[in-house]
Every structure is written in C-alpha cells, then in structure tokens.
Design a protein around this ligand. Structure first.
Ligand SMILES: NC(=O)c1ccc[n+]([C@@H]2O[C@H](COP(=O)([O-])OP(=O)(O)OC[C@H]3O[C@@H](n4cnc5c(N)ncnc54)[C@H](OP(=O)(O)O)[C@@H]3O)[C@@H](O)[C@H]2O)c1
Length: 262
C-alpha cells in the first residue's frame, strides 16, 4: 500500500453503520483504506467489494479495540513511518443503556476502554508522523450526547463529552502544523448502535438520520477545516439549546427523553 499515490485512511468500526459509510465515502474519494473492527469476515467482504468497485487498496485489521493488545496493534499501524496515514477516523464506539448501578461493571469499563482509551491511544500514534509530515488529520466520532449528562446513558455521555473536549483542545494545539482534527457529533442515526432495551418506535421518524447523510456532512465540514461538526439542523438546534438552558434543565430534558425511549 505504501507505493500507492492515493491518500490512506484508517477507519475504526468500519464493519457497520457510520464507519461503513465512511469507508464507502472515502473509497469514492480515492483513498486507500485500513478497516478495523472485531468482525473480520464482515470487513473482508467489505474490503473485497471496495477493491472491485473502486479499484483501491484495502487492508483489514480484525481486532478488539477495547483490549490493550488490540489497541496496541492498531496504534502500531497508525504510527508506521513506511505506510503513513493521511486520515484517521476514530469511529468505533459502544453505549450501554440503563440505570448505572444495575449495569454490569465490565460493560461500563469496556465502554471507557473503547470510546476513550483506544481513541486517545490511536490519535497519539497517528499525530506524531502527521505533524512530522505537515499534513493529515483525525476525525473523532462523538455524539450530541456529549453536550449534557444523559441519565440511563451516563457512562456513554461522559465518554463522548471527553471525546469532544479532547478533540477541541488538540484542534487548537495543531494550528500551524498543517494537520487537522475534527469532532463529529451525530444525533440519532439508523445503525446497529441501538443496544438491547432500546425501542426506536418511541422516537419520531424526523429525529433520525441515515449514516451516509452523517458522513457526507462530516466530510464537507472536515474539508473546511472545522473543529466541530454537529450533523442535521435538529441536532444543531438541540445542541444550541443545551448552551442556553441551565445545566439542571438540560439534564432533566435528557432524562425525560431516555425514560420514554429506553
Ligand atoms: N447511531 C447513533 O445513533 C449514534 C449517534 C451518535 C454517535 N454515534 C457514534 O457513532 C459511532 C459509530 O456507531 P454506529 O452508530 O455506526 O454503530 P454500529 O453500527 O454499532 O457500529 C459500531 C462499530 O464499532 C465496532 N466496534 C464495536 N466494538 C468494538 C471493539 N471492541 N473493537 C473494535 N471495533 C468495535 C463495530 O464492529 P464489530 O462489532 O465488528 O467490532 C462496528 O463496526 C460510535 O462511536 C457511536 O458512539 C452513533
């Protein structure tokens, strides 16, 4: 892949949903790809399709990013000076739902390992070589859940608040380096994300976006060098509301929505 004249993008969580949409969109933009997720067979199918349909090179890395070994393996690929990345999309993420103390501790810790620890590790590994080359970028997938505490989704919301704060800060640090960093905050998106106990029937159709729509908005914002991309007018309005409402009010509104939906 190093001999290819095309830019190279690594996408985590590429086996479904928003990550799979990123893979398709970046392939159409003539990027070679490194696809990461746990389900190797799904990634191999996607890779074969993209190679045939788009004529790009695709590497597959089937690994669990919630484990130190899995993250180290992908970090090594991100930092490889002989096969430098032009774009890292930290998209893999999970969210548990329910009252915090009733959820298994392992799921809460795994969520922090994937949504936070792996993202920080991979970003660190990728940025060194990017800054050295004076080009490249990182898109970190957060959520509108980052903007207020989310009862019944407490750990998830907190991990996404971390992702947003972290990415905004490093975006500023990167000024003048030629390297970009953007946080992507989608709202409700039709993917496999919704876990057990979530009933989408409770939410009206107009709140939902399709992953391709989210990714198209994200890549336009990334091209413009934005620090933050909230997708969809409804989500932009909801995020704006959290900035003017008292913290207790937005927390209570979030609790009302999740009480009805989960
Ligand atoms: N859907 C929404 O409503 C929504 C809203 C806001 C933000 N987001 C964010 O969007 C991102 C993508 O989620 P999605 O909605 O596209 O959900 P999804 O369809 O469930 O995709 C999640 C992806 O992450 C991968 N993944 C999960 N655990 C992993 C692990 N331990 N190691 C490696 N890969 C792992 C999954 O692949 P494998 O199972 O093959 O590992 C899958 O490819 C997440 O960060 C999520 O928080 C989603």
């Amino acid at each position: 892949m190093s001999a290819s004249p095309r830019p190279v993008a690594l996408v985590t969580g590429a086996s479904s949903g928003i990550g799979e949409s990123f893979a398709h969109a970046l392939a159409r933009r003539r990027h070679d790809l490194v696809l990461v997720a746990r389900r190797g067979a799904v990634l191999e199918d996607l890779a074969a399709r993209l190679r045939t349909e788009q004529g790009i090179a695709v590497e597959v890395c089937a690994t669990d990013l919630a484990t130190p070994d899995g993250t180290a393996l992908v970090a090594e690929r991100c930092a490889d000076p002989d096969r430098p990345l032009d774009l890292l999309v930290n998209n893999a993420g999970v969210g548990t739902m329910g009252r915090y103390w009733e959820l298994p501790a392992a799921g809460e810790l795994g969520q922090v390992a994937l949504n936070v620890v792996a993202l920080v590790h991979l970003t660190h590994a990728a940025l060194g070589p990017m800054v050295q080359r004076g080009r490249g970028g990182v898109i970190n997938v957060s959520s509108t859940s980052a903007y207020q505490p989310i009862p019944r989704h407490a750990t998830y919301g907190a991990t996404k608040a971390f992702v947003s704060s972290f990415t905004n800060a490093v975006h500023e640090e990167l000024r003048g380096t030629g390297v970009r960093m953007m946080v992507l905050a989608p709202g409700y998106t039709r993917t496999n994300f919704q876990a057990d106990g979530f009933d989408p029937q409770h939410l009206p159709e107009f709140v939902w976006q399709q992953p391709d729509e989210v990714v198209a908005t994200a890549l336009t914002a990334y091209d413009r060098g934005r620090a933050v991309c909230v997708t969809g007018i409804l989500n932009v309005a909801a995020v704006a509301a959290t900035k003017v409402l008292p913290a207790a009010a937005s927390r209570k509104v979030a609790g009302f929505v999740t009480r009805r939906a989960y």
